[in-house]
Design a protein around this ligand. Structure first.
Ligand SMILES: *Cc1c(COP(=O)(O)O)cnc(C)c1O
Length: 389
């Protein structure tokens, strides 16, 4: 356990998200084996999907990740400020993005179109060439250059490269349905990608990296690995597939979300629970209060979210509030002794983030990423959870 990564409470705690850095390392190592000879980029956007960017960056690099990936330049600057010099890419920009600072601090830039002119101007200002990865939209319809404009983008980039303002070092794309391996669109996207790469090579760019794969493609599409794979969800030990668990993929969830039971009390049959009184007790029972709510990132939309208390899996009852929710303990011996015991929402021996995702009609990505800064993070080394993965 370590206090060097910000707020780190000791053994006495009220609520916390424990992050097992040995799980992060083991997940990265597993993907390095799967993806070889491609290099692994650790995707650390959104504060490392809620796990904490600096500890996760250090763990991923220690395990052998070769690159770091972010959406925003501002997120990438955080690792530079911490003295991390590993190759780093940021791919989502606005016209106010700090391009000159990114160039000065050796952050590679994803380019979908308009950014090219801004980056060339910033390179002039920074007095050094930008390192650019051109992004082709092969079908996702989000960011990326449409295939019809690709050759024009290549031409513009070649002119700037001629001027010494930038170097095109990568070509990349992002996949839309890799989490559904039976769908045909991934094949189509990869066809478009291979054509785009060929055109870039024909235009004379000396590419260091071609990259397309996110976690689902890393795990299901070896033909999408190319030179570099962009690993997000899998590094955190979660499965992108509806029909395969973390364990089945050889991954270990890194986050355990736990709070101490804040109150236990006996209530009569017919007791309404939480705002709107959407739940009423069938019979006389004991209710336990869990001090986490949507202010902590526990989704308000969750119905019957699971919680492990004293070895029993129980369900949230009634609405999740900002600070708290309620579980019905039923008949238990010595219920009041449960005040102050651990209630595990997910991770370790508790329920999974996938179960909370199902309860809230969302995906496990969102469950972990939204755990808010209100919840202290504690970094641990394999002190809980399955030891054999
Ligand atoms: C978030 C993101 C990834 C990582 O996706 P996972 O499914 O979490 O592995 C990869 N590439 C891009 C462009 C992304 O935005």
């Amino acid at each position: 356990m370590s206090a060097e990564h910000g707020f780190a409470p000791g053994p006495d705690f009220e609520r916390r998200a424990e992050i097992d850095l040995s799980a992060i390392r083991d997940n990265v190592k597993r993907v390095i084996e799967l993806a070889a000879p491609a290099t692994v980029m650790a995707v650390l956007k959104a504060d490392a999907y809620g796990h904490g960017v600096l500890p996760v960056a250090a763990a991923a690099l220690k395990a052998g990740a070769g690159w770091l990936g972010f959406a925003h330049i501002s997120e990438a600057l955080v690792v530079r400020d911490a003295g991390i010099t590993a190759p780093t890419l940021a791919w989502l920009h606005t016209t106010d993005a700090p391009f000159a600072e990114a160039i000065a601090r050796n952050i590679d830039l994803g380019v979908s179109g308009w950014e090219l002119d801004y980056i060339a101007a910033a390179a002039k200002q920074a007095e050094r060439p930008a390192r650019v990865h051109l992004k082709i939209d092969t079908g996702l319809g989000r960011n990326g250059c449409p295939p019809a404009q690709w050759e024009r983008l290549l031409g513009a980039a070649a002119a700037y490269q001629e001027e010494g303002l930038l170097r095109v070092v990568g070509v990349f794309t992002h996949l839309a349905v890799a989490d559904e391996p039976d769908r045909g669109e991934t094949d189509q996207q990869l066809d478009v990608f291979r054509d785009a790469v060929s055109l870039a090579e024909d235009a004379g760019f000396d590419l260091e990296v071609r990259h397309a794969a996110n976690t689902p493609a890393i795990l299901s599409r070896p033909d999408a690995h190319f030179d570099l794979v962009r690993l997000g969800l899998g590094m955190y030990g979660l499965s992108p597939f509806a029909d395969q668990s973390s364990q089945e993929l050889g991954l270990r969830p890194a986050m355990r979300l736990v709070a101490r039971v804040a109150n236990v009390k006996k209530v009569p049959a017919g007791q309404g629970v939480s705002y709107g009184l959407t739940y009423r007790t069938d019979e006389e029972t004991w209710l336990a209060l869990i001090p986490m709510g949507y202010g902590d990132g526990v989704p308000r939309s969750a119905v019957e979210g699971p919680v492990l208390i004293d070895g029993r899996k129980l369900l949230s009852r009634g609405r999740i509030a900002m600070d708290q929710f309620v579980v019905d303990l039923g008949q238990v011996s010595d219920p009041t002794s449960l005040v102050g015991t651990e209630a595990v929402l997910f991770g370790g021996d508790g329920p999974s983030a996938d179960e909370w995702a199902a309860a809230a009609h969302t995906i496990n990505y969102e469950i972990v990423t939204r755990i808010s800064p209100r919840v202290p993070r504690l970094y641990v080394e394999g002190s809980w959870g399955p030891k054999d993965a």
